[in-house]
Structures are given as C-alpha cells and as structure tokens.
Design a protein around this ligand. Structure first.
Ligand code: FES
Length: 156
C-alpha cells in the first residue's frame, strides 16, 4: 500500500512537472496573454534602404568659375561639376592623369594637382602644364530645371 502511494505520487509529480514545462514554453512563445510578442522596433528583418549616390546638385551651387563635387556612381571617384562660362556646365574628374592624385577644385580657370604640379584647363580638362600628358576625363552635365545632373564619363 505504501509503495503504491509513493508510485502514484511520483507519477503525479512528473505529470505536474511536465505541465509546468509545457506551460513555461508556451508562455515563452506566446507571452502570458497567449498573443505572440510584437517584434522589437527596428528588428523587422527588412534591410535598411541606402541612399542613392549623389549624381547631381542644385545649379545655384555652381557659380561661374566655381564648382561643386559629386561622386561618379560607377567608380566612386570625385567629379567637379563646373561652370566655366555662364550657362555652360561640364564635369571633370578629380583624378590626375599623371599618377592618380586628387586635383584641387578649379581656381582661376585651372585645376592644380598638388602632387607634381600638373595644371588642367577648368573648362575642358586639357593639360596646361605637365608632367601629366592626358586631359582629365570629362562628363556630360545636363541642366534639368534648377538641378545639374551628372551624365556618363565621355571618351573613356
Ligand atoms: Fe598629378 Fe603627378 S599625380 S601631377
């Protein structure tokens, strides 16, 4: 009789323990009110959208003789959008054709490379002074309303 009581008690304890474990796992999965917990903010699994690369600037940022810098969306190189004379726009690569240094923005109608002293025409990219022998690559620039948009590299 005593043995039977112990056995019955053991089974009951195991059953209660199992129910507790089951209850605990359901609570973890669905929360105490039986509703699945909401995802934490910012954890929806959707990839964050990255900003499109800048390929244009407002025309007001490019005065005659001045420039604005954008990135070539293909190479990632900096490109100067210039306005050498009123209403005429062009894009000039900032990568020196001598050994690849970054040329300075246009000043007094020229772009100067600080590495070895090459100078380029700020309207066309043509070499004014070596050691560079090739002009700076150019880009088409289109005015669309009040926005200047960088086109593809020309003659590359
Ligand atoms: Fe520009 Fe040499 S890299 S002059």
């Amino acid at each position: 009789m005593r043995r039977r009581a112990l056995l019955d008690g053991g089974i009951a304890a195991v059953a209660l323990g199992g129910a507790g474990l089951l209850s605990g796992s359901l609570t973890a999965a669905f929360g105490r009110d039986g509703i699945a917990p909401a995802a934490a903010p910012g954890t929806t699994g959707a990839a964050p959208q990255s900003a499109a690369p800048a390929v244009g600037v407002p025309a007001a940022q490019v005065p005659v003789g001045g420039s604005a810098t954008v990135k070539d969306p293909t190479s990632g190189d900096a490109v100067y959008i210039v306005q050498p004379s009123a209403g005429k726009y062009a894009g000039l690569s900032s990568v020196c054709t001598h050994s690849g240094c970054a040329v300075n923005p246009p000043k007094d109608g020229q772009l100067y490379c600080p590495c070895h002293g090459s100078k380029f025409d700020a309207a066309t990219g043509a070499v004014i002074n070596g050691p560079a022998t090739k002009p700076l690559p150019t880009y088409a620039v289109t005015k669309n309303g009040e926005q200047l948009e960088l086109g593809p590299q020309q003659g590359a």
